[in-house]
Design a protein around this ligand. Structure first.
Ligand SMILES: *[C@@H]1O[C@H](CO)[C@@H](O)[C@H](O)[C@H]1NC(C)=O
Ligand SMILES: *[C@@H]1O[C@H](CO)[C@@H](O)[C@H](O)[C@H]1NC(C)=O
Ligand SMILES: *[C@@H]1O[C@H](CO)[C@@H](O)[C@H](O)[C@H]1NC(C)=O
Length: 479
């Protein structure tokens, strides 16, 4: 008892001191002249404010200037020169044998080349629904292309060939297409190519000095299809995974602190020159998808029964097939709201199809993770409904009907502003999905560095002058 009281008194004392010191700090800091920076007046203030807190010396230019206008001008000039968002991520890419990447697309390596000469020819990714998980392909192409770029404007990442100069190490394994295309056993196989390649990959990485140095923490592995990397994920988990959601991962293997959520590549055509408005989109609410009867999917059936008699609601089951994509394009382009209901995984390409169709997404998926949510407020262009609410009688339809033209138009405009964040392109352009993913990876770098340096506190590693590691002793299980 006495011990407890003493402990809690000590605790109270410590907390009070911390609060006191902090408040003193703020008083000193904020009473000084011209030290405040009004981020809200700056363009894209939220993005900047968030991206800036690592780099405190960037503020100094602004705090010295006389008034807000001047501040803003300085800022704009300054941010063009060394915009921290544009601080380029240095990526080392392993020269994995082509069987791990472009050969899975049907490309044949010539001689000793690991990589296609993308100036001559860019291998194509198999189309259709395969494309929705093609993230690894676009990121790899972008790294290859960074070597031929005339200048680095608009670029968030570049390839470096010396791993000790790199911020992160990229593992170019095309895991999603490997799962989609090579999971089946060939007649003469005991194990599938998908399984064998993962086994090889684990072996390869474990034998790399770079992996040893960091325990894999600074490695980037893309596994966007929920079933891709199924065998290797529990072995390679210290790495940063680029995923679609965490639905099929235990939280120790993948989580939002460590990993990066990437959008699906939309399969529906973007709505170019969209001059539609609230009144010209006849369908109120649109949903087309598979019917799942297990896990979170049960809600689809419930909603179907609730909505089937509403005349301006399109709600039907059936997977998107060839003609289906055409129909879904038409459907989403002519609807005000598009439903995204959790299926057998929390995420799906439907959300991104809705975004590029400028159809306000209505998200009913309690465990969904959204790309770049640390810099992007999805409530500005989406509507979120808890599953428990959606199952209440008339809740959903009343909510949707209560949203008027003004609010809808505001969200629609915002959709048109953000849609570029979800476009995968080669060559990639300013702030498209490829660049946004690299930026999301960049934001993980300080945390990785902290983990690595903390892990080194008690290791007796001798680092020689040339940066060569003589012996490595990093504790492996401190997460
Ligand atoms: C860099 O390239 C972009 C196009 O990729 C171009 O618009 C820009 O003017 C170039 N900047 C310089 C300094 O050459
Ligand atoms: C790689 O970079 C490190 C640190 O900058 C340097 O010491 C080393 O010599 C470089 N290695 C090669 C092969 O250039
Ligand atoms: C990596 O570390 C393990 C043990 O920690 C060691 O057995 C192995 O030889 C090391 N590999 C390389 C390439 O340094």
């Amino acid at each position: 008892m006495g011990l407890l009281t003493r402990k809690s008194l000590l605790c109270l004392f410590l907390m009070t001191s911390v609060v006191f010191i902090l408040s003193w700090f703020f008083v000193l800091r904020w009473t000084g002249p011209h030290h405040s920076v009004d981020f809200t007046t700056l363009p894209n203030s939220k993005l900047f404010a968030l991206a800036y807190n690592e780099d405190s010396d960037e503020y100094s230019v602004m705090s010295a200037s006389k008034d807000k206008e001047e501040e803003e001008a300085t800022w704009n000039k300054h941010s063009k020169n060394c915009d921290p968002i544009k601080k380029i991520l240095k990526v080392f890419m392993y020269d994995l044998p082509p069987e791990f990447h472009f050969e899975l697309l049907g490309w044949k390596a010539e001689g000793k080349n690991f990589w296609p000469d993308i100036r001559a020819e860019v291998p194509e990714y198999p189309g259709g629904l395969n494309l929705q998980h093609s993230i690894e392909y676009w990121l790899t192409l972008d790294l290859l292309n960074s070597e031929f770029a005339e200048n680095l404007s608009g670029r968030s990442a570049m390839r470096v060939h010396n791993s000790s100069e790199a911020d992160v190490l990229f593992v170019p394994f095309f895991s999603s297409i490997c799962y989609n295309r090579f999971s089946k056993l060939n007649p003469n196989q005991k194990k599938s190519t998908n399984y064998l390649l993962q086994e090889k990959l684990v072996k390869f990485l474990m034998s790399q000095e770079e992996w040893n140095k960091s325990g894999g923490r600074d490695h980037i592995i893309v596994a966007h299809h929920p079933n891709s990397l199924l065998d290797a994920r529990t072995k390679l988990w210290p790495a940063i995974y680029i995923l679609s959601d965490f639905g099929r991962y235990p939280p120790t293997v993948a989580n939002i602190e460590k990993d990066v959520i990437a959008p699906y590549r939309h399969v529906i055509r973007s709505f170019v020159d969209d001059s539609s408005d609230f009144d010209s989109r006849p369908t109120l609410l649109y949903f087309q998808g598979a019917l799942y009867r297990k896990d979170g999917g049960i809600i689809r059936q419930e909603l179907f029964y609730m909505l089937k008699d509403e005349t301006d609601v399109h709600f039907s089951f059936g997977n998107v097939k060839k003609d289906g994509i055409k129909q879904a394009t038409k459907g989403m382009h002519s609807s005000k709201f598009c439903l995204n209901i959790a299926g057998d995984t929390p995420s799906s390409n439907r959300l991104f199809d809705a975004i590029v169709s400028h159809c306000i997404p209505v998200i009913i998926s309690d465990d969904i993770e959204l790309p770049y949510e640390d810099v992007l407020d999805y409530s500005e262009f989406c509507i979120f409904v808890r599953t428990s609410d959606a199952l209440k009688k008339n809740f959903l339809i009343n909510l949707i009907r209560s949203i008027g033209k003004e609010e809808w138009t505001r969200k629609w405009k915002r959709l048109k502003e953000v849609e570029n964040f979800y476009e995968f392109r080669y060559p990639s352009k300013d702030n498209d999905a490829v660049q946004m993913i690299w930026q999301a990876v960049s934001r993980k770098v300080p945390a990785i560095k902290r983990k690595l340096y903390r892990a080194r506190r008690f290791s007796r590693t001798i680092v020689s002058r040339q940066g060569e590691v003589m012996s490595v002793d990093i504790p492996r299980n401190f997460w």
